[in-house]
Design a protein around this ligand. Structure first.
Ligand SMILES: Nc1nc2c(ncn2[C@@H]2O[C@H](COP(=O)(O)OP(=O)(O)OP(=O)(O)O)[C@@H](O)[C@H]2O)c(=O)[nH]1
Ligand SMILES: [Mg+2]
Length: 340
């Protein structure tokens, strides 16, 4: 992980349990909750069309897959959304990491074929990578929702990506090893539902294999888990204490909770600071890219103008020459001059 307070190479020991965790991220309205419901095969997350964000906080739901694999699905509000306050995003990131505990097995970047791939989306993915480090790309899968829309036009995902795929989207797909899948969250067809889910789960398996079973973690995961474990141990210890009054036990527990809350607050502040840094750096980068683009456009325009000017001059020369030739011809016809 980049940045000052948080480093890259933090690993948790591989979890012994078979639980896997996937996190849904993406712009509001792209269909994160709907995709979560398709994975869970039940309406667990609230999903609906709305001009404002529907999901307001991270939520975890669990399912047992056909092969017995336990899968945790974390739905999120628009994390890494530039329009949201860093304080809000910071709290949600900490909450999400706290929920993921042992780490994240796959990050599902939800895009929609029903809306244009925007600069905000590009920036959101870049900011995800800047915040969690480039290692996060090894865990990313792009889920395109709106498969029904493509089907209506007799198009496949390859057709869709083949026509006018914006360069930044191509880069994102390449970055995550071209792991992408099309989802139709509206379908009632059982075969289609299970086929698209199988495709997604096989990509999750691919990620797990590629990363030797290690889920994504970093220092934040370690710190948060240490805090939670400490609180759990302290609670067990206090419960087994003898010779203390009920009130004394309650007071001790309150004290431990307070120190855990304080630790959470400290980590959240750390995340907020890092987010601000990330956003600032990204804004600078985007501004620089924008300036470079404008400069290139201006130069191209100037070159065009220059050549337009040259063409105009050439045309004027030509017209003048034609006029002179015509005059000479007229003179020649009147016998006053000879054309050579
Ligand atoms: N036609 C079609 N509509 C979809 C599909 N997936 C999601 N939607 C619709 O898109 C709208 C937004 O879906 P949500 O699941 O609420 O989107 P979200 O990303 O969770 O949005 P927030 O919670 O606001 O961040 C809803 O009306 C969904 O029914 C799909 O595959 N096809
Ligand atoms: Mg939602």
């Amino acid at each position: 992980m980049g940045g000052s307070a948080i480093d890259d190479d933090w690993e948790l020991p591989s979890p012994t349990s078979e639980v896997r965790t996937v996190v849904l991220v993406g712009r509001t309205g792209n269909g994160k909750s709907a995709t979560g419901n398709s994975i869970l095969r039940r309406r667990a997350f609230k999903s609906m069309s709305s001009s404002a964000g529907v999901t307001s906080t991270c939520e975890l739901q669990m399912t047992v897959l056909e092969d017995g694999q336990i899968l945790n699905v974390i739905d999120t509000p628009g994390l890494f959304d530039f329009s949201a306050e860093p304080e809000f995003i910071g709290k949600e990131i900490v909450k999400c990491i706290n929920m993921a505990k042992d780490g994240i097995h796959a990050v599902l970047v939800v895009l929609s074929v029903r809306s244009r791939f925007s600069r905000e989306e590009e920036a959101a993915v870049q900011s995800l990578r800047k915040f969690f480090g480039t290692k996060i790309s090894d865990y990313m899968i792009v889920v395109f929702t709106g498969g029904d829309d493509l089907e209506e036009n007799d198009e496949t995902l390859d057709d869709y990506l083949g026509r006018d795929c914006p360069e930044p989207l191509k880069e994102i797909l390449e970055m995550c090893g071209n792991r992408c899948v099309l989802f139709d969250n509206k379908t009632k067809e059982e075969t289609k539902k299970s086929e698209q889910l199988m495709q997604l789960l096989s990509l999750v398996n691919e990620i797990v294999d590629n990363n030797s079973g290690k889920p994504y973690t970093d220092e934040l995961f370690v710190e948060l888990r240490k805090g939670a474990n400490k609180l759990r141990d302290q609670t067990v210890e206090v419960n087994s204490l003898e010779g203390y009054t009920k009130q004394e036990i309650t007071e001790l527990k309150d004290q431990f909770h307070k120190s855990y809350e304080e630790q959470l607050k400290r980590i959240t502040e750390m995340v907020e600071t890092k987010l601000k840094e990330t956003t600032h750096r990204l804004e600078q980068q985007l501004a620089e890219e924008q300036t470079a683009r404008l400069k290139a456009e201006a130069m191209a325009q100037a070159a065009q103008m220059k050549s337009n000017d040259e063409i105009r001059q050439l045309r004027e020369h030509l017209e003048r020459a034609q006029r002179e030739t015509e005059e000479l011809r007229k003179h020649a016809e009147s016998g006053r001059c000879v054309i050579l």
